[in-house]
Design a protein around this ligand. Structure first.
Ligand SMILES: [Mg+2]
Length: 204
């Protein structure tokens, strides 16, 4: 019998190489407010956390400080920019479709993301991957974000999974999976996910 009954994937940085795209889109819409956002800052402070928390931090360190809600008002513009860029070039590994198809024969699968489902669903559809997942838990579906355990608990509940494996790239996401009481597989980039996951699933 398999060690796990489900696999819960983070989206950005695990299934899709989207973090640099998110960063570039935010940087572009925040620039008119005098907010400089570069990849080093984004990678170290914004990956895996809720957008509002990132904007609160950016607003507070601006000089003079800004109201974070002024920045959050740019969210629709950022979403549209992200949608255009990623739909024109879906950021998935070519091997992902086959990998997910193989996994889905044995495991329930879900996406658990701090991004809005409105951002994720069109991308999964464009990549032809949506049908592999039994559930997608996005920012709209929870009251508390990663590192709170709620997103992973919610996904496990939807899948009726008792022993899921959480696959994550960010400290906040790993903390969320661990706080939910689940096994976690840390990865550093989408490109290394298939090999690390195969190794973990075949451990006895
Ligand atoms: Mg991530």
């Amino acid at each position: 019998m398999p060690q796990f009954d489900a696999i819960l994937f983070d989206f950005d940085g695990v299934l899709a190489d989207t973090e640099p795209v998110h960063c570039a889109c935010w940087a572009e819409v925040l620039k008119p407010f005098g907010v400089a956002l570069d990849w080093d800052y984004y990678r170290d402070h914004a990956v895996g956390i809720d957008d509002k928390d990132m904007l609160r931090a950016l607003a507070a360190r601006s000089s003079p400080p800004l109201d974070w809600r002024t920045l959050f008002a740019e969210f629709p513009a950022k979403q549209e920019l992200f949608r255009q860029r990623t739909l024109s070039r879906p950021p998935f590994l070519s091997a992902l479709d086959r990998l997910l198809g193989d996994l889905h024969r044995t495991y329930s699968l879900a996406v658990v993301t701090s991004s809005a489902r409105a951002e994720i669903d069109p991308l999964l559809a464009a990549g032809g991957l949506r049908h592999h997942f039994d559930a997608v838990v996005g920012a709209e579906d929870v009251a508390r974000f990663k590192p709170d355990p709620e997103p992973y608990r919610k996904a496990a509940e939807l899948l009726r999974a008792r022993t899921p494996l959480v696959v994550e790239d960010s400290p906040a996401g790993l903390a969320s999976g661990r706080a939910a009481g689940f096994a976690v597989l840390p990865i550093a980039a989408p490109g290394e996910m298939p090999a690390l996951l195969a190794r973990r699933l075949h451990q006895t």
